[in-house]
Design a protein around this ligand. Structure first.
Ligand SMILES: *Cc1c(COP(=O)(O)O)cnc(C)c1O
Length: 238
């Protein structure tokens, strides 16, 4: 677990340096530790080293961990793809959902959000490179979806999320992130003042710097914090 401590320091140093280069205030960025496939002791270690927000992709695994780690004051983000018949445990157990890409899912989350909890924070997943096999709403359909989701009282539409195609150099990596930032600005022109989007969930281990330079507000980082993922994940469940 010493390794996690070292990894977190190294990632934070990269982030600080890049935020300084970009002239950004470090409070404007949240580091989300992507803990899918990692056991509870990894999460406890990351928490002990200052991280308190965790991203999970696989519902049953996530709910087990959330229950086991109830005593930790952690914030849980569901970042995986979501089927409509799996929305209830998400609405009940998480603070954020990053990959909403259709109104049906949003309505179910809205209806299933328990009354005693605050509105569920939502990001719309955008298929920013228009890849045929990728989930996410097409960029040109995002405004309509955002307007519809913003009407739902038990949800709080916060922003946009994307997982761009892999690109090698930083200039190419910045392009889809820039497109996501501009799309957020377009959408904000259509939303009431009280509903403006404030979140860009973008940037993973391989493209942290590019995302920061284009205005990311949540970085979703797994490998650079916890090391390479070795377990083969059961995708059937999601
Ligand atoms: C796994 C995952 C990440 C983290 O990826 P790393 O390359 O390990 O940093 C981020 N976002 C989503 C949606 C993921 O599924």
């Amino acid at each position: 677990m010493e390794l996690i401590k070292k990894n977190i320091s190294a990632v934070q140093a990269r982030i600080e340096a890049c935020m300084a280069d970009a002239g950004r205030d470090h409070n404007s960025l949240q580091l989300l530790a992507v803990s899918k496939t990692r056991s509870e002791k990894y999460i406890q270690s990351a928490f002990a080293n200052g991280l308190n927000a965790f991203g999970e992709n696989y519902l049953q695994e996530a709910v087990n961990k959330i229950q086991a780690l109830e005593s930790l004051a952690a914030e849980w983000h569901f970042i995986g793809p979501l089927q409509s018949n799996k929305t209830k445990p998400v609405a009940e157990n998480f603070s954020w959902v990053h990959a909403v890409d259709r109104i049906k899912i949003a309505k179910r989350l809205n209806d299933q959000r328990p009354e005693n909890l605050r509105p569920l924070n939502i990001c719309l997943q955008i298929n920013i490179d228009n890849e045929p096999s990728k989930s996410g709403v097409a960029p040109n359909e995002a405004i309509d979806l955002a307007l519809a989701v913003s009407e739902l009282p038990n949800l709080c539409l916060r922003g946009l999320m994307a997982i761009p195609m892999a690109r090698q150099d930083i200039d190419s990596q910045r392009q889809p992130f820039r497109a996501l930032r501009l799309l957020k600005e377009d959408i904000n022109q259509q939303l009431d003042k009280s509903q403006k989007l404030d979140t860009l969930s973008m940037g993973m281990s391989g493209d942290i710097e590019a995302a920061i330079l284009e205005g990311a507000t949540i970085l979703r980082v797994g490998t650079d914090i916890f090391g390479p993922r070795t377990e083969k994940v059961d995708n059937k469940e999601i």
